[in-house]
Design a protein around this ligand. Sequence first.
Ligand SMILES: C[S@@+](CC[C@H](N)C(=O)[O-])C[C@H]1O[C@@H](n2cnc3c(N)ncnc32)[C@H](O)[C@@H]1O
Length: 278
Amino acid sequence: MGAASEISDHYSQGGLLARLETSLRDDGVDPESPTLEQLAPYDHFHGRGLEATEDMANRLPVSAADRILDIGSGLGGPARYMARRFGCRVSGIDLTAEFCEVARLLTARLGLEDRVSFREGDALAMPFGDAAFDGAYSMNVSMNIADKRALYRGIRRVLKPGAWLCLSEVAQGPGGEPDYPQAWAQTGATSFLATPENTRADLEASGFAVESLRDSTEASFDFAVRSRAIVRAGGKPPHRAVILALGERAGEAMANSGRALRDRRTVPVEFFCRKAEP
Ligand SMILES: C[S@@+](CC[C@H](N)C(=O)[O-])C[C@H]1O[C@@H](n2cnc3c(N)ncnc32)[C@H](O)[C@@H]1O
């Protein structure tokens, strides 16, 4: 089995749409006509869910005329959020066929298919023309990709001159290797964590000028405290994407994730950069 199929097998176990629809009904939501907000606990598959997407979007220079690329678009929550918030067009690319199918269906149910599209494919072989996009973002994807410079060079090729790239990822922290499974990988064989220093060096070597680097560890702790309080009060956790996608593997992955964050073995970071001129 190649790395790509091992990665998509990790994310996809079949039956995703049925599980999502069951969860929505359990929330009292009609799965045929959900709102963006009702889907948000499930379709933002990264730490802090919708809250992290909103935080990132607050910092992005997007206008309605822009074409944006979402690398590793998953179930499409971030792409639909960007399209609705900014009125822009968003193209997603993702390795996992089942995620792309569900992403398209949810997009149609929200009536956003004229502005948001998804292609099944490998971000290392970007299926878009040169200088096609005004900006690109990626949320919790690069941890699955070993050849970071090939990834960044491919993104750079499809960006217009001066376009931005926002990279939100789990970085390798100073505390040592995390335990597996994690939400993005069953074992270390498909996990390629980079330190923030290495990511900066790889971005710069691939033709990006890094403008800012943020560490959202404190925001993650704060989110965890609020989530636990909601659950203690009898509510559902606000972020349920890992449970939806990984099913019974989710509990161990989330416990490992919490420990790794606490021990600084992983650090959630966000790079904002611009395509630099050669
Ligand atoms: C943790 S999920 C994040 C999904 C989405 N970015 C989000 O935040 O909701 C990671 C995603 O990266 C995708 N992925 C991993 N490696 C990839 C690659 N080489 N090319 C495209 N997508 C990839 C997976 O299929 C999965 O959908």
